[in-house]
Structures are given as structure tokens and as C-alpha cells.
Design a protein around this ligand. Structure first.
Ligand code: CA
Length: 518
């Protein structure tokens, strides 16, 4: 009987493990191309030892130490998470800053999309009425009104794509003056300024809450000034004496919405350079293919956007922390490097206060998909950032300030990261997934990229791009990277829908509140 020959991928010449590509995995006795015979059955996406590894010897993937062997591991054995001791996270005190010479990239001209220009200089990819809210108490009423507006008003305003209630769990019962409360507060302020809302934001408040609705539309007070110009917003409080009962509240909000819809309906798309793109990159439900297929392709697309003069954000502190030594050389200057290290240190402290560390990040699904620990996950995660220099670092809930590649410090938790990237001002979102998540956001289109073709086939109507073709040799990283870049331009122009929008799948906004509640 002839032996089965399996397909495996070794990422870096120094690696002593490879990943099994074959759908369904490989049985014991299978041969790999370089002559390794499997001693165990190895599931798809999991690691096989390419040489004998003795106890305490490092296990290398991506040319980086992802763990130390807890036992002797023979060539051909399945290397699973129970056989590895996780390394310490890199110290933040001794890292080289801005030492890498940036790659020489040819600028990319002539790429455009059809977008909605805003008065503040940003560009929207959708024309959406946003109804901001100051407190969870008003969420039920707001959701009710959003449904009524969709049924009764939107059909009269054909240039408006949607109406979205920016409901959330914050606003009252919180330590509003605690230093860390600035994070959820500025997140809500900046969500209302997202380019897809066109500056026509209205706010529904209750009246007695700690986060008074005016604060959501106050312009930031810059050093040396007393107050900025007020944003053109409308504010309504449900406790207002003029509302006798529920129907009156609903009528009041509907009337306010109609005035904003009339203004939004006058907006039209115009040709904008690709430099107006602000693309947030994220991954969720990762597997061992994430770092081989989808994330490298997204990283390639990120570099294309930067070459076109656009803005790209990558995030997810706990998935960056163990790869920080690979990022600090890439910062544009030492000040940006120090900002990056400050965000890492802040998050180390945040986790320590909760008696946790970055290893709390990995999920049972990650491990089933072949990721042994957060170190291996991080090495695959940061590839989304491509090769460009990191020109800026922003804190959670802050707005993006520069074109090029920005690190937006956020938790890795999918909807918190997405919400914070919305607040930062993204107008397109790219999300890679290996295990599968039906992720979607109401304010900004989300392009979902599968890391493996099994998922892309199983979720044929939920996934937008199949990057699994890279693992099977049917496409290159560059092919899929260009496909993602072109799809971003098509979706940004409204020429093409993403799966989540076709199916109407939109997740909640989820705030990051590191401050106490009362
Ligand atoms: Ca995530």
C-alpha cells in the first residue's frame, strides 16, 4: 500500500515545525514532501515536528520562539499546545526604536473610489443617519424609532443608505470622573464623528444621566483656547416636559430625524483618490492559517493603501504584545516608538489589575485551529500590518491623525476593537477569520476574509474573500492582496455589497470601559 503524501507549510528556514494543510488532517504514517513521516494523526492547521526536539529546546515558527518543549518530541510527532511552555513576553525596556530602514515603495497613483465628501475633510463610503445616545436607558426607545424611520421615512430619501442607532451600555451608573472614563466618553464623541454619518448627527438622551448628551457633540477644547465651534447637532431628552407619553417621544425623534434626512439626502458620491480611505484591519476566530494566508494578504493590501496615500489601522494590543520586538524597529521615529511602548505597558497593567495576562486572549477555537498559544497567534496577527513604517499610535477611542499606517491601541475583542476603529474614523473594515464569525457593522462595510477554503465553502454566503487559495497554491499572497484592495475600492464606492450587509447582519457597538462602575 502506498503512503499518503501530505501538504505542509514551513514559514521560515529556521522553523522546526510545519503546519498540515490537508483538509481533514493527515493520518499517522503519512509522508510530507521533505521525507518526514507522521508518527501521530495531525489535524488540519496543526503543527508537526520536522526534527527531533529535545526537552526545553525552543519550538520555532515564523523564525520566532513560540514555546519550549515540555518533553522530548520526535520528528513526525504532532506538536500540540500541551507540549509547550510559553515564553515570557518581551521586556519593554530594551527594545530598538525606529532602527529599520523603511522599504522603498513605489507610490500608487490613479486609484479612486466614489465617496461622500464631508465638511471636516473626511470622506464617507456610506450615507447613514446616526442617532447617537447618551445612555443605555434610551436604547429601547431609540431602537423602536429606528425601525419606524426605516419603514416610514427612508423610502422618501433614496440617497440615504440607512439609519443607525448608536446604542450602548454606558452613560450612567459609572464613575464618570475617573481618569479612565475618558476612554468610553471620547469613543462616543468620536463615533458620532465617523465619516459615514456625514456630520448630521442627532443625540437622544434621557435627562438625568451622568453623561449629559451635550458632551457627545462638544468639539474638543484645544490647549490655549476656551471652546471650539459647536457641532451642528440636535439634542433631545426623553424627560423633556413637552413629551407626554411614549408616542410623543417617538414623534419628537421622528421629526428631528426627518430634518437630518433631508440634508443627508442632498449628498452625492464624487470621485475621491484612494488616499481618502481609512481602513481598519482586524482578525477574529483565528487559526493556524491566519498568519499564512488571510493576514499576509491583508498586509499586502495594507501596503497598497499606504502606497496610494491612504490610512490603515491595525490594533489588538494582546495580539501585538508578544511580537512587539518586531514592531518597534518599524516605527517612523522614537516618539512614536515610546507611544507604542506606553500602550503596551498600560495594557500589561490593566490585565495585571484583573489578575490576568495576555495568555487570557486565546480561545478554545484558536487552539482547535492549531494555535498553541498567544505567542504563535501574535506572530500571525501582526502580519496584517504589512511592511510600512508605523507613523502614529493612538489610544483607545482617539481619532486617527495621520495618513499611512497607525497602531490604534484597542483590546483584541472583536466588537470592542471594531467600535474603537469606528471611533477612530475608519470608513472601511477588513476582518479575517479562520474559525468563522458572522461579523458585521451597521455604520461601515466589513469585508470578511476566510483564512481557509473549508470555511469559505461552508459559509459561501457569509464570506467575501477566500484567502485559503494561498495555502493550496491556487493563488499568491499578492493575488489575494490585490483582490482585497480592489474590493475595498468597489465596496467603498457602493458598487458592491459585502455579505454582512446583503444579509442585514450587524453587531452591537461595544464600548471599552476600563473605569469603575458604581
Ligand atoms: Ca479581534
Amino acid at each position: 500500500m502506498s503512503q499518503v503524501t501530505g501538504v505542509s507549510i514551513k514559514v521560515h528556514p529556521d522553523d522546526n515545525v510545519a503546519i498540515v494543510v490537508d483538509a481533514g488532517g493527515l493520518s499517522a504514517g503519512s509522508l510530507l514532501a521533505d521525507g518526514v513521516e507522521l508518527l501521530d494523526a495531525v489535524p488540519q492547521g496543526h503543527k508537526v515536528a520536522l526534527e527531533d526536539i529535545v526537552r526545553e529546546q525552543p519550538v520555532l515558527r515564523y523564525g520566532e520562539v513560540i514555546g519550549y518543549a515540555l518533553e522530548d518530541i520526535a520528528r513526525g510527532r504532532w506538536v500540540n499546545e500541551g507540549m509547550l511552555r510559553m515564553p515570557e513576553a518581551p521586556s519593554l525596556d530594551t527594545l530598538p526604536l525606529a532602527t529599520r530602514r523603511p522599504p522603498m515603495f513605489e507610490p500608487l497613483d490613479d486609484y479612486t473610489f466614489e465617496g461622500f465628501r464631508n465638511n471636516d475633510g473626511s470622506v464617507g463610503t456610506r450615507n447613514v443617519l446616526g442617532i447617537a445616545t447618551s445612555v443605555q436607558c434610551v436604547a429601547g426607545v431609540t431602537d423602536h424609532v429606528v425601525q419606524r424611520i426605516k419603514r416610514e421615512l427612508l423610502p422618501r430619501f433614496p440617497n440615504v443608505d440607512d439609519v443607525v442607532g448608536l446604542t450602548h451600555s454606558y452613560g450612567c451608573g459609572v464613575a464618570i470622573n475617573a481618569p479612565a472614563a475618558i476612554v468610553p466618553i471620547r469613543t462616543l464623541q468620536n463615533l458620532a464623528r465617523n465619516p459615514n454619518l456625514g456630520g448630521e448627527v442627532m443625540v437622544v438622551g434621557l435627562g438625568c444621566e451622568k453623561l449629559q448628551p451635550q458632551r457627545l457633540v462638544e468639539p474638543p477644547v484645544l490647549p490655549g483656547t476656551t471652546a471650539g465651534q459647536a457641532a451642528p447637532a440636535s439634542i433631545l431628552s426623553l424627560q423633556d416636559e413637552r413629551f407626554a407619553g411614549f408616542a410623543a417621544m417617538v414623534d419628537g425623534i421622528m421629526a428631528m430625524a426627518e430634518a437630518h434626512l433631508e440634508k443627508l439626502n442632498r449628498r452625492t458620491r464624487e470621485t475621491c483618490p484612494a488616499s481618502e480611505l481609512v481602513v481598519g484591519m482586524q482578525c477574529g476566530g483565528s487559526d493556524a492559517f491566519s498568519g499564512l494566508t488571510a493576514n499576509p494578504a491583508v498586509g499586502f493590501a495594507a501596503d497598497l493603501i499606504v502606497r496610494a496615500g491612504g490610512s490603515v489601522m491595525f490594533s489588538e494590543v494582546t495580539e501585538v504584545r508578544d511580537a512587539i520586538h518586531l514592531l518597534t524597529p518599524r516605527v517612523a521615529d522614537e516618539e512614536t516608538g515610546r507611544a507604542l511602548l506606553r500602550e503596551m505597558a498600560w495594557y500589561d497593567d490593566y490585565l495585571r489589575h484583573g489578575s490576568a495576562d495576555r495568555s487570557a486572549n486565546t480561545t478554545p477555537g484558536n487552539k482547535k485551529g492549531g494555535l498553541a498559544n498567544i505567542v504563535e497567534k501574535a506572530m500571525g496577527s501582526i502580519i496584517k500590518s504589512g511592511n510600512s513604517p508605523i507613523v502614529d499610535v493612538i489610544g483607545p477611542g482617539e481619532r486617527i491623525r495621520r495618513r499611512g499606517l497607525t497602531f490604534a491601541a484597542t483590546p483584541a475583542s472583536d466588537f470592542i476593537c471594531g467600535t474603537l476603529q469606528l471611533a477612530a474614523g475608519m470608513n472601511m473594515h477588513v476582518f479575517t477569520t479562520g474559525r468563522g464569525t458572522p461579523y458585521g457593522l451597521a455604520m461601515v462595510p466589513v469585508i470578511k476574509v476566510a483564512t481557509n477554503s473549508r470555511l469559505a465553502r461552508q459559509w459561501f454566503d457569509l464570506i467575501d474573500v477566500d484567502a485559503g487559495r494561498i495555502a493550496t497554491g491556487d493563488a499568491s499572497i499578492e493575488d489575494i492582496g490585490w483582490e482585497i484592495f480592489r474590493l475595498i475600492l468597489d465596496v467603498a464606492s457602493g458598487r458592491q455589497d459585502v455579505a454582512a450587509d446583503r444579509l442585514g447582519l450587524h453587531n452591537d457597538l461595544v464600548l471599552f470601559n476600563p473605569a469603575p462602575v458604581t
